[in-house]
Ligand binder design. Structure first.
Ligand SMILES: Nc1ncnc2c1ncn2[C@@H]1O[C@H](COP(=O)(O)OP(=O)(O)OP(=O)(O)O)[C@@H](O)[C@H]1O
Ligand SMILES: O=C(O)[C@H](O)[C@@H](O)[C@H](O)[C@H](O)CO
Length: 178
């Protein structure tokens, strides 16, 4: 059976997961999932009201994301997903989906992220949850396949660096510029 290679673009709210992951997938011709679209309405309502999700809230959501990866892996399709994947235990669920699941952790200073969240107006996630997201975050450990990217530079530069990493792993060539 031919397997795919699966990259999860992770990080706290406002680090640019959606900004980076979607063009990255498009550029390399890979299947894409936005994990926010998999949240049940109850989770979105909770976050919109400024309450952080619990492990119990996140469990079925993570299982549905893992199922999406498995479905593509069975077809031998490589994928890119934008997903917070804040804790190692959450990443373990995603890693259990297929033999080759890797993570790209988008990170920078809290000040930069907070400033970007303040400017973002078209999203349910309030800036007030950044503190909880940061305290929940467990960065990638040495034994977790993947890389950490500084997202202080312009988005295009971050996408380029991510594309080089993903392209080397999946063998997918950039199709065209966005
Ligand atoms: N490298 C960058 N430089 C400048 N602005 C950026 C960069 N990356 C993202 N942004 C902006 O920061 C904001 C947050 O980005 P985005 O919505 O992609 O983050 P996210 O991690 O998907 O957030 P969430 O988890 O809350 O959905 C957006 O307004 C986006 O345009
Ligand atoms: O695990 C979580 O708390 C959620 O995934 C959040 O991170 C939000 O979904 C996301 O940040 C908003 O897009």
């Amino acid at each position: 059976m031919t397997h795919g290679t699966h990259f999860v673009v992770m990080g706290v709210s406002g680090t640019g997961k959606s900004t980076v992951a979607e063009p990255l997938a498009r550029r390399l011709g890979l299947a894409f999932a936005e994990a926010d679209d998999f949240h049940p309405d109850s989770n979105v309502a909770k976050m919109s009201a400024g309450t952080a999700l619990t492990d119990e809230d996140r469990q079925p959501w993570l299982e549905s994301l893992a199922a999406w990866i498995t479905e593509h892996d069975r077809r031998g399709t490589s994928t890119v997903m934008a997903c917070s994947a804040l804790k190692r235990s959450y990443r373990d669920i995603l890693r259990s989906a297929a033999p080759d699941v890797r993570f790209l952790h988008l990170d920078t200073t809290t000040d930069v992220i907070a400033a970007r969240l303040r400017e973002r107006t078209d999203h349910f996630m309030p800036e007030t949850l950044l503190r909880s997201q940061k305290s929940t975050l467990e960065p990638l450990a040495d034994d977790e396949p993947g890389a950490t990217l500084d997202i202080a530079p312009p988005a295009e530069e971050v996408i380029e660096r991510a594309a080089r990493i993903v392209s080397a792993a999946t063998g997918s060539e950039p199709a065209s510029r966005d």
